[in-house]
Design a protein around this ligand. Sequence first.
Ligand code: PEP
Ligand code: MN
Length: 363
Amino acid sequence: MIISGPCSAESELQVLETARQLAATGKVDIFRAGIWKPRTRPGTFEGVGDVGLPWLRAVKEETGLPVTVEVAKAVHIDLALKHGIDVLWIGARTTVNPFSVQELADALRGVDIPVLVKNPINADTELWIGALERILKAGIRNTGLIHRGFSSYSKNEYRNPPMWQIPIEMKRRFPEIPLLCDPSHICGNRHLLRDISQKSIDLGFSGLMVESHIDPDNAWSDAAQQLKPQDFFHLMEMLVWRREQLPETDTHAELTALRGLIDQLDDELVNLLGQRMEIIDKIGVYKKNNNLTILQTKRWNEILKRGFARGEELGLTRDFLTRYLNAIHLESIHHQNEVMNSDEVKVSGLNHSEKGIKHVKGQ
Ligand code: PEP
Ligand code: MN
């Protein structure tokens, strides 16, 4: 499912011309335009408001494309329905607020319209789930999720870093609900769009929402990330869609064998981690008895250096190795914290310690 259109509706001409050119690409299923824009700062363009809704009706009549707008208040839903809008979406700044989402859910009760729920601005899976649940509870049968990345304090190559583990978790929790990617708001620029779009497709997303505009550089909002309709067409042409499942008739013996190997290796990795933690516990006892701190910075630097050297030889990225080693290190610190700060471990040497550790573990 491909949704495209301008970040904001600005004028009848801009909306209609963008829609005509997009429809001509043959790549769009739904036309989007923001009518009410939730902006970070007051005084910036906050959308044309309901005068823009008839422009969308004109798009529908002329191109035959269904149209979608963002709604953030009950009154937006009323107006959108009155003007024949086909699909509604809830923006990231609304999903964060359970009061707002509940107001929308109440207004949707008894209405039959598809609703797409963007992720909240902050990386909180439960908040995203909560918003979806409120909409489902209101009786909306047709829902979808849109991944638009998460706000980050640190400077980043993305406007909203994708943090793929969160949409992957949503797909696992709601396998039946279509998950779309909005590469425009993730990237915040045009040059990363292809990468992010393809990545989402490779992760099994079922569609995209991409912002496009007849004159992106002069757009009234999100100028840096919108595509001209012809560039949107080229982007769509470059993307490779893959299937998540092989047809039932394929024997796919080779894939099954390779997956068997992966399962074995995963088992070994977990066993090794368990063994590593047993030794970590013993070191914890040693540190306790010798009054040493848990964190030994010099030793930690050595571990990182060794890990990077070996890992990079094997083709693992430094970014992955950093996250992996940090995760193991944090778990180790957590283990030693338990060992060292539990009053129940009263041991004087390594040999005695094992009993104490077991005791702690059993708590
Ligand atoms: C938008 O789609 O133009 C928009 C405001 O997006 P988000 O809610 O993801 O910031
Ligand atoms: Mn936008």
